[in-house]
Design a protein around this ligand. Structure first.
Ligand SMILES: Nc1nc2c(ncn2[C@@H]2O[C@H](COP(=O)(O)OP(=O)(O)OP(=O)(O)O)[C@@H](O)[C@H]2O)c(=O)[nH]1
Ligand SMILES: [Mg+2]
Length: 259
């Protein structure tokens, strides 16, 4: 099937999740030429677990960043994007809140001509069931603020998640200045693209380990939005298409059928 895929996974203390994630990604991407890049800032035994995983699974690679290097979620993802060699790049959390099976319809969307595929919890067939009411409120407020601040986000139903796939060439010439948590917001505001495909997905509960979200992240997001209002490029002509669950199934059969 056409085009290699690199899945970039930022990890901070995710020892209990990475092997299961790699297994589920392998199930999702049978027949696809893919690799997984774990970019790790952990201070527990995750690097050892990743080292073993990379010996056992030839699709996996990892880079551990020491405390004296630049660390943090956004820089991890950007480092991964630059290190990864896929024609298509994906970003996915390690804790299985983003179900790896979604990678197959995302890949089908790329083969169908999308520049960027954004799974959405908020369109028919999607669900944000993995979030408690307080987190739903925070997530909704972040979306609302983003859409007010940045025209590029206005037609995207779920622009603040950390799950997306895009053509690697979109990085060429893009002035990405990663701060904080919302790396897709940066990509949507700063990269050039003309077709966005949204597909439904069901957000899950965290599998194992602890959340790393903090108040600092909220402040960084506000800074990021202020900054992107000045730096962001226009996407007035970009088309956003939403696939129904039924259409998504038919596009998997067309572009990425099970072997
Ligand atoms: N490399 C790196 N990865 C990070 C860092 N902080 C978080 N991550 C990873 O980024 C992903 C998202 O972090 P989570 O803590 O799951 O954040 P969240 O999904 O918004 O919060 P929960 O819903 O509570 O899980 C996970 O794969 C984390 O391991 C960091 O400082 N460096
Ligand atoms: Mg999480």
């Amino acid at each position: 099937m056409g085009g290699t895929l690199s899945v970039v996974v930022p990890t901070f203390n995710e020892a209990g999740n990475v092997a299961e994630l790699a297994k589920q990604v392998a199930d999702a991407l049978k027949g696809v030429d893919y690799n997984i890049w774990f970019i790790d800032d952990s201070n527990d035994n995750t690097p050892g677990v990743l080292e073993e995983l990379c010996k056992e699974d030839k699709h996996c690679r990892f880079r551990h960043r020491e405390a004296d290097e630049q660390t943090g979620l956004a820089t991890a993802v950007i480092d991964g994007f630059h290190m990864a060699d896929g024609d298509f790049l994906a970003c996915m959390d390690a804790d299985l809140q983003h179900p790896p099976a979604i990678l197959r319809p995302m890949y089908a969307a790329m083969l169908s001509g999308a520049d960027i595929c954004i799974p959405s919890r908020l369109i028919r067939g999607g669900s944000d069931g993995g979030l408690n009411p307080a987190r739903k409120l925070v997530s909704g407020t972040a979306r609302w603020m983003g859409k007010i601040a940045l025209p590029s986000l206005r037609n995207i139903s779920d622009p603040t998640s950390g799950l997306f796939m895009f053509r690697k060439e979109m990085l060429e010439g893009a002035d990405l200045q990663p701060i904080g948590w919302k790396i897709m917001v940066e990509v949507l505001a700063m990269c050039k693209y003309s077709l966005v495909v949204e597909i439904p997905y069901e957000f899950q509960d965290r599998n194992s380990g602890e959340s790393k979200i903090s108040k600092k992240v909220t402040l960084q997001y506000i800074e990021q939005l202020k900054d992107l209002r000045k730096r962001g490029i226009s996407h007035d002509t970009a088309i956003v298409t939403r696939w129904s669950p039924e259409f998504t199934e038919s596009m998997i059969k067309k572009y990425c059928p099970a072997e």
